[in-house]
Design a protein around this ligand. Structure first.
Ligand code: NAD
Length: 487
């Protein structure tokens, strides 16, 4: 009754708390965006389950901390092995639950899940050096001490990948975790908890409480027993979490939304520019980093738009399990309606539809056509608010200064893409862009050692490499004097 078979896996619908499965009186449905099928009835947690999970994580913390980076690393590598051994069913399950492309889950996302765990386990052993420098003969000795229980809250657009981007470094740093996955996509997190058990990770080190943001999520971030909050999601939720965190002064790491620019200069390789612009539709536009605002030099705008429209018309939309599909469905009816609302309001206010402009009526369901809008009013909603769907806008600029001004003209600062033919010009452009990550003549090249996060309202803090440990650990400086020793 508490288990369903999906994609060749047994998915337990209960919470994973202290190495046990715990039911709730209420449940919620997990629905597939592919065809609306109800996949499972998931335990709906609240304050009681959250408190049990935090207590279990606190109880497990001292032993996990004392295992040290090598001891933890061995178990974490075993966990990554199990993810790899289950790569195909995990990929299929994630596609059923969130509608993203099966081929990307197989080839990119699930291998990255395993990598998230291995990479930080190894970093803690090999790369997290205790830096030593001297002050008037005294040694400053820096260490990264495990801090306690990390509360992890994640969105639905890349569920297990984003969860392990937090779980990997948190566990490697010696913290224990309570994960609250997004309510629209809870399934792979549940399987992951079983894999952690199977890998021999002690009970209580990895806990998963399922439920809604306002219930389980709110109870978790307000809990006085947690040491860290790492959150990926939207700006309004981040504000609610920041308020709750303020009560206990719990440190937060926020990775939030974006409205990133993609700048095309007049000396850019236009083929490359179009190709990169089309990539912004990946995952049906449900990517925080997407460069959704195309800022194109006026001298090449017409030719760019024509080539873009031709390429966009050839995009294959359909079932995310088909190898040929490039764009699958949106996550949920509520989200599809939100996207449609943005486009309707923009066109009513005078924006011109260059490509798409509405739901894909042929396919029905949750499919929205890849859309490009031009001539939107400066400062209007469609140019300033994150849509999180396959909707791009195009604006033109006359000089690079104007391009930078347009690019920086939102409250966000997550990413930027620059397509440019001249290195010096690209350097000058990127110098003045406000963004956590900038890609020049490329997109989505990610190295787990590099800092990742957003500026302005796109986030607080950076994760990746040692930056992750700076967040999950208590960074400590012990100063040794040259005097006072008996030897
Ligand atoms: P969301 O903010 O609605 O929800 C994210 C998570 O927060 C969910 O698990 C939800 O249950 C939980 N939550 C909601 N209210 C809460 C509360 N009061 N207290 C605690 N938890 C609460 O975001 P979403 O719609 O799931 O995801 C889309 C957003 O995430 C977009 O804005 C996108 O840009 C952003 N995102 C950012 C990154 C990044 O790395 N910067 C990556 C992916 C997605």
């Amino acid at each position: 009754m508490h288990q369903v078979r999906l994609a060749g896996l047994t998915v337990d619908t209960r919470h994973a708390i202290g190495g046990e499965r715990v039911a709730s009186t209420g449940t919620f449905e997990s629905v597939s965006p592919i065809d609306g099928a109800v996949l499972a009835h998931i335990a709906r947690g609240g304050a009681v389950e959250v408190d049990a999970a935090v207590q279990a994580a606190r109880a497990a913390f001292p032993a996990w901390r004392d295992l040290g980076p090598r001891g933890r690393g061995e178990l974490l590598h075993r966990l990554a092995d199990l993810v790899e051994a289950n790569l195909e069913p995990l990929a299929t399950l994630e596609t059923l639950d969130n509608g993203s492309l099966l081929r990307s889950h197989r080839r990119g996302v699930m291998p990255r899940v395993a990598m998230n765990i291995r990479f930080f386990a190894d970093w803690a052993v090999d790369r997290l050096r205790h830096e030593v420098w001297q002050t008037r003969g005294h040694d400053n000795t820096i260490s990264w001490d495990p801090s306690g229980v990390a509360a992890l809250i994640t969105p639905w657009n890349a569920p297990l990948m984003l969860a392990t981007w937090k779980i990997g470094p948190a566990l490697a740093a010696g913290d224990t975790v309570v994960l609250k996955p997004a309510e629209w996509t809870p399934l792979t997190a549940s399987v992951f908890a079983d894999l952690a058990n199977e890998a021999g990770i002690p009970p209580g080190v990895v806990n998963v409480v399922q439920g809604f943001g306002a219930e389980a999520g709110a109870a978790l971030v307000a809990h006085p027993g947690i040491a860290r909050i790492s959150f990926t999601g939207s700006v309004p939720t981040a504000k609610a979490i920041a308020r709750a965190a303020a009560e206990n002064l719990t440190p937060v790491s926020f990775e939030l939304g974006g409205k990133s620019p993609l700048i095309v200069t007049d000396d850019a390789d236009l083929e490359l520019a179009v190709e990169l612009a089309i990539e912004q539709y990946d995952n049906a536009g449900q990517v925080c980093l997407s460069g959704t605002r195309l800022l194109v030099h006026e001298a090449v705008a017409e030719s760019f738009a024509a080539r873009f429209a031709e390429k966009a018309a050839a995009i294959v939309q359909g079932d995310p399990r088909d190898e040929a599909t490039q764009i699958g469905p949106q996550i949920h009816r509520i989200h599809l309606d939100r996207i449609a609302g943005f486009v309707e309001r923009a066109t009513a206010a005078g924006a011109r539809v260059v490509v798409g402009g509405g739901p894909n009526e042929q396919l029905g369901g949750l499919y929205y056509r890849p859309t490009l809008l031009a001539d939107a009013r400066p400062g209007s909603e469609i140019l300033t608010t994150e849509v999180f769907g396959p909707v791009l806008t195009m604006q033109t600029f006359a000089g690079d200064e104007e391009a930078v001004e347009l690019a920086n003209g939102t409250e966000y600062g997550l990413a930027a893409v620059v397509v440019c033919g001249d290195r010096e010009r690209a350097r000058a452009l990127t110098k003045n862009l406000v963004a956590g990550t900038i890609w020049v003549n490329c997109f989505f090249v990610r190295d787990l050692a590099a800092p990742f996060g957003g500026s302005k309202k796109s986030g607080i803090g950076r994760e990746g490499g040692t930056w992750s440990f700076d967040f999950y650990a208590d960074v400590k400086n012990t100063v040794y004097a040259p005097t006072g020793w008996k030897d």
